[in-house]
Ligand binder design. Structure first.
Ligand SMILES: Nc1ncnc2c1ncn2[C@@H]1O[C@H](COP(=O)(O)OP(=O)(O)OP(=O)(O)O)[C@@H](O)[C@H]1O
Ligand SMILES: [Mg+2]
Length: 311
């Protein structure tokens, strides 16, 4: 067996512009390239408006992109249609930020979860359909008694479990989880992350896990990508990005995380990122500074980053 990890998703030089009325164009994704390996959790972080949701939705073929290429399982998603598109929709699912808004309030849990099973004709009888849904509920820590209830009868955490069961119902390979715990009480965020981690192992899933906050994705992610203004600024293992950030923006993101020790917190001055350097018109590409740790930079900046690390 080769050591090469298999690329499940390949994103190559993808750009996407939203045109909202005359003279109003937002480059939401700006020449972004990265791979998501089979079986990994790729955490995508960045502040509001950096393009994380757009990136996730683009990979799921919910938006058309202007240029570049996205391959899923070695096949371009651009021209998928008919049965191939339907198969892709089955393999690549989404979990949403707000389980309240993303579950149809007028449908019973049974029918919410069974929707994908019905669309893809995965059950041959009503009995089989019910059994599949029961199993899914069990998988996410809910039970049979919940089948005939409506979303409003559940807590936020339980609703997100329903959202997860719905995504798993069609047996996907890949899930885009767009800030799946941000809307939840802090006290139950860890439970939902742990559940997602457990399911990932059990079902051999691959996740793109979107979050604002690096500390939130550090625990669940194998690798992390940092986005800012539509660009991918840094990619590396979770440990590397968290412990040895290279890009000034990543450093500022990390320095914004409060420290629990009041003495240290008192003395701490968060780093302020100056984005003007990004606007100097110079061409920047991804440079590998240490093995597997990439940063968007000019050649000179890359040299400087290496020097700082004595490489
Ligand atoms: N459907 C849309 N139409 C027009 N502009 C959009 C659309 N969706 C996003 N944008 C714009 O694209 C940019 C990226 O937005 P996006 O929602 O991807 O960011 P985000 O990183 O997910 O932010 P947040 O953390 O707030 O969810 C923003 O400037 C946003 O206003
Ligand atoms: Mg978003």
């Amino acid at each position: 067996m080769s050591n090469e990890k298999k690329k499940l998703v390949e994103i190559k030089n993808v750009s996407l512009t939203f045109n909202t009325g005359k003279n109003n164009a937002v480059k939401a994704i700006d020449n972004v390239s990265f791979d998501i390996y089979e079986g990994e959790v790729f955490g995508l972080v960045g502040e509001s408006g950096s393009g994380k949701t757009t990136m996730g939705r683009t990979i799921l073929k919910l938006y058309d992109f202007d240029s570049g290429e996205i391959n899923f399982n070695n096949k371009s998603i651009t021209n998928l249609k008919g049965k191939e598109l339907k198969d892709f929709r089955k393999e690549a699912q989404m979990i949403f930020q707000d389980p309240q808004a993303s579950l149809n309030g007028r449908m019973k849990v049974l029918d919410i979860i069974a929707e994908g099973i019905d669309i893809h004709n995965l059950a041959s009888s009503k009995k089989e359909r019910d059994e599949m849904v029961e199993k899914l509920l069990e998988l996410v820590g809910l039970n049979k008694d919940h089948l005939t209830r409506y979303p409003h009868e559940f807590s936020g955490g339980q609703r997100q479990r329903i959202g997860i069961a719905r995504a798993l119902a069609v047996g996907p390979k890949f899930i885009v989880a767009d800030e799946p715990i941000s809307a939840l009480d802090v006290s139950i965020q860890a439970q939902v992350v742990n559940l997602m981690k457990k399911l990932q192992h059990e079902q051999g899933l691959t996740y793109l896990f979107v979050a604002h906050d690096l500390s939130m994705v550090k625990y669940i992610s194998d690798r992390i990508g940092v986005m800012h203004w539509g660009k991918m600024l840094e990619i590396g293992t979770s440990e590397d990005v968290y412990n040895n950030p290279i890009h000034p923006y990543t450093k500022s993101l990390l320095s914004a995380i409060p420290v629990t020790d009041p003495e240290i917190e008192k003395e701490r001055t968060p780093l302020v990122y100056d984005p003007t350097a990004e606007l100097d018109g110079q061409e920047r590409t991804m440079h590998e500074i240490t093995p597997g740790h990439f940063v968007l930079s000019t050649k000179e900046e890359a040299e400087q980053y290496r020097k700082e690390r004595n490489i």
